[in-house]
Design a protein around this ligand. Sequence first.
Ligand code: NDP
Length: 457
Amino acid sequence: MAFDYDLITLGAGSGGVAASRRAAALGAKVAIVEGSRVGGTCVIRGCVPKKLMMYAAQYADALREAPGYGWSLGDARFEMPRWAQAKAAETTRLEGVYRQLLAGSGVELFDGWARVAGPNQVVVGDRTLSARHLLIATGAAPVRDSIPGIGHCAVSDDLLDLVDLPQRAAVIGSGFIAVEFASILARLGVAVSLYYRKELPLRGFDDDLRRRAAQALQAAGVRLHPNGAPGRIDKTAGGLRLHCAGGEAHEFEFALNATGRRPNTERLGLETLGIELGPHGAVPVDRRRHTAAEGVYAIGDVTNHRNLTPVAIAEGRALVESLFGGATREVDLDLVASAVFMLPPVATIGPTEAEAIAAGHALKVFEADFRPMRQTFFGGAERSYMKLLVDAATDRVLAVHMIGADAPEIVQCLAVALTCGATKAQFDRTIALHPTAAEEFVLMREPTRVAAARAPA
Ligand code: NDP
């Protein structure tokens, strides 16, 4: 049977674009369909604009520190409209780059909402396209029903498009998005209250990082409400009212719903292929990213597995190299580094201490907790914390955890060593690069504790 294309990709985010371009480079005839802006969550309404906002927030710290380094400063103030204008220009530029990359690779772009109409068939507006292979890469979107009334709150897309900042804001949740924006907004002059349902923020991260992340948020002026997620949110004349435990109610002009994201699978027509969606509407896939339907694949956040841009890109490239490159490639997600771009940032690779013990490892734990030189010079209080988890039996470094300046940059480099299976002895043999904070990772000589293994459950 003849098809219009070898591959149609639904969704032109980072994963979809990377997969489509690689498929085209391997000689496939490829179309990609995008219902919103090319670039997707990461480029348009996620990682990139968030990091640009974090950079804006970082200047608040730099300005506070500068007098200690001999600077005299005049009045400095942050003007959100100017940042918003520059951010809009940058995302437009990047969208243009993505469009050019697609065109330059020979991938045909269709602007519009895609709907699967049956095996090998995709409808976009009044066009019906056919392909031997369909790739679902439609990403995820904020949940809007986690708490009664949470639909009244802004989501991260709205926050990144604000032109003026509120004076007071509530942030609900304590995952990546909540913690990053609470930290950023506080530095930009917003009085932030963080409401979350656990004792500590950042579930899934090592407890030593979680405790220090909470302290860092507090030090930035964020009011923490642990065990304090609202049970209901009402819209009021002046904003929003959060109904919390014990009958307390708190009013805010602005509240951010950061209670998670859900795969974009509604109205995609996947039922026409016999695909039964998993929890939260995720597309179930096997290790190769194949769905239950012949010739249909899914990558990235729509599978709700490891919702990180580089994972989606790696999955997409491996998939199309298997389909069109004559190779059988699978992505190994055992060791994936991730970072929370709060200030100071958190970065991590490998299991938490609790996870490593539960997985049956006897551990040597190495830690450093110090005020970096940059802070001590002007009397700043910010600390850096670093932790290595070493398998006591094999000497292999299982995990690196850090909160502190430059943590994501440092952990990205150490991720190479861990991927290569580095041992603690090899860390010890590495000559330090002085003076840096990162050198602490090769100077930790004595374990701060030894933890016995627990039999795996
Ligand atoms: P997360 O899953 O990280 O966090 C969701 C938060 O919402 C958790 O604190 C969770 O609490 C809370 N929550 C969920 N339901 C409720 C409820 N009913 N009541 C109260 N609290 C609730 O999601 P995010 O939206 O922050 O981020 C989505 C994903 O996007 C991340 O998991 C990450 O993979 C990715 N991302 C990555 C970034 C990066 O790489 N820097 C940045 C932003 C996003 P609890 O912990 O108690 O379950």
